[in-house]
Each structure stands twice: as C-alpha cells, then as structure tokens.
Design a protein around this ligand. Sequence first.
Ligand SMILES: [Zn+2]
Length: 222
Amino acid sequence: MNTNQKAVVVFSGGQDSTTCLFWALERFEEVELVTFDYNQRHKEEIKVAKEIANDQNLAHHILDMSLLNQLAPNALTRNDMEVEEGEDGELPNTFVPGRNLLFLSFASILAKQIGAKHIVTGVCETDYSGYPDCRDIFIKSLNVTLNLSMEDDFVVHTPLMWLDKAETWELADQLQAFDYVREHTLTCYNGVRGDGCGECPACQLRQKGLETYVDKRNGGGS
Ligand SMILES: [Zn+2]
C-alpha cells in the first residue's frame, strides 16, 4: 500500500488547478506545486501562480517549457495570434498536441526527485474539448507508463475528471475555498483576475458554471 503523504500539484493559477491545490491540502501532509512556463499569453499567469503559492506557503517549482513554442506556435504562446473558439467540433487554436503528456511526465520526474508519490492534475473529461490527453483512459495509461519508466508507484489523481464547471465550484465550496478561488485565480484569456473580462470564452465558461452552482446553492434548480 502506498502510504506516502507527499503530493505534487500541476498548478497554473487558474480555477481548476487552484481547486486541486485545496483538494490536495485536505488529503496530503505535504504539497508542492509545479507550474510550466511556456510563454503563456500573459506572464500574469505565472505571477498569479507565484502569489497563490506564496499565500498558501507552499514550495513552488516553475519549469521552463518554452520549447513548446517551437513545436506548436499558436494563440496561447504567440501574442500575434488571436484566441478563437473552435467551431463545429474543431479544436480551438490553443491546442498544443500532447501537452498534458509532457506536463505530467515532467511533474512525475519532479515528484521522483522530491520524494512525492502523488501527482494531482485538474484535467477533466466532462468539458472534453478535444484534448485526447485529458481523457481518463489516457491518464490511467500514462500512470502505468510513468511507474514502469521510473520503477515506482506514483498515483496520478484527477479530482475534476468527471465534474462540470458548476460541480468544480461546488467542490471548491466544500473545501472552504469558494471565495478564495473566485477572487485569486486567473482563467481569463485577457489576463483579468477573478471574475475576469466577462467576454472571452474562458470567462463565459467560468461564469456560466458559477451561476449554475450559485443558483443550486441558493436552493434554485427547480
Ligand atoms: Zn476573459
């Protein structure tokens, strides 16, 4: 049985990974964060991640993944392209193929170095937007591969895998972190913290989930 009590959370400073952070804090004695720096559209993301890590008094590892820019120039990593939503089931142009494969592989190498057996990631199949490496079957497969590659027994945790955006807010609330997540995290493509710009696809998705959950909490939904 895996009795290790140390976890690494893949952390971007957004709603999902911050909720995962609180989820991990409730379960593990020791939590460290890893953030991947690949010239995000807004350096603000890294700044927000650092501030939350400081705020929660957690060790924070920032890994330079700028090589992703060479492999997949797109709207997330290049400022001269606009963010657009995919149409008719096409992938949005923020798509970096295999990104989670890379991130989780690096997170597990970090975990190995710092003696953590648990890796926590906010990937989610419910809002499946075409990223094959967010699927549960992929995570389970990768978990086996990571363990074989390093002769170890890591457990990759995906607390948001089957939650929709409203349920993710509900989880944050159960973890006593609803206000914190709402006020401190950055989801907005335009770099506006908290409730965001209200215009971009990320803000609209976040806001819709928030409203659905708040309605439910207030006894609505009938
Ligand atoms: Zn926005």
